[in-house]
Design a protein around this ligand. Structure first.
Ligand code: GDP
Length: 141
């Protein structure tokens, strides 16, 4: 099977918990590799562009404010079936509903502050990766 790429963010609440190492270990233990990484603080404009599909939702302002509240780790994950595999490792959006052992069950606090983002389809992955990485910044592993 071809190697697929997906986009991942370790969100500010998980960064505050010093959980980068634990989260990346979970990706690696499940066969995903880090093909690009960038530690940064998102601007309001970039966070709004990234979450544009949620603009009309009542939680949009809260979401943008949370995502710009501290450092985040932006990553490209690569591996077989990377998009679906990452979603499985992450767990459900609401940490209370996430399966035991998933990232969101371990490090999520609530529906908004749910530790990680992961693209929900190969099309989203392509759009999201291109928002944050130049093609030349992503390694072909
Ligand atoms: P995901 O693909 O599992 O991240 O979920 P969605 O695409 O539905 O939502 C995107 C992000 O918006 C989630 O990861 C949450 O951080 C945030 N979000 C979704 N629903 C809510 C909500 O009801 N309240 C708040 N504050 N944030 C939410």
């Amino acid at each position: 099977m071809a190697i697929e790429k997906t986009f991942s963010i370790i969100k500010p609440n998980a960064m505050k918990k010093n959980a980068i190492g634990d989260i990346i270990s979970m990706f690696e233990a499940n066969g995903l590799k880090i093909a690009a990484a960038k530690l940064t603080i998102l601007s309001k404009a970039k966070a709004e562009e990234f979450y544009a599909e949620h603009k009309a939702r009542p939680f949009f302002g809260e979401l943008v404010s949370f995502m710009t509240s501290g450092p985040v780790l932006l990553m490209c994950l690569a591996g077989e079936n990377a998009v679906a595999k990452n979603r499985e490792i992450m767990g459900a959006t609401d940490p209370k509903k996430a399966n035991v052992g998933t990232i969101r069950a371990k490090f999520g606090d609530n529906m908004g502050e749910n530790a990680v983002h992961g693209s929900d389809s190969p099309t989203s992955a392509e759009r999201e990766l291109s928002l944050f990485f130049e093609k030349s910044e992503i390694c072909n592993l």
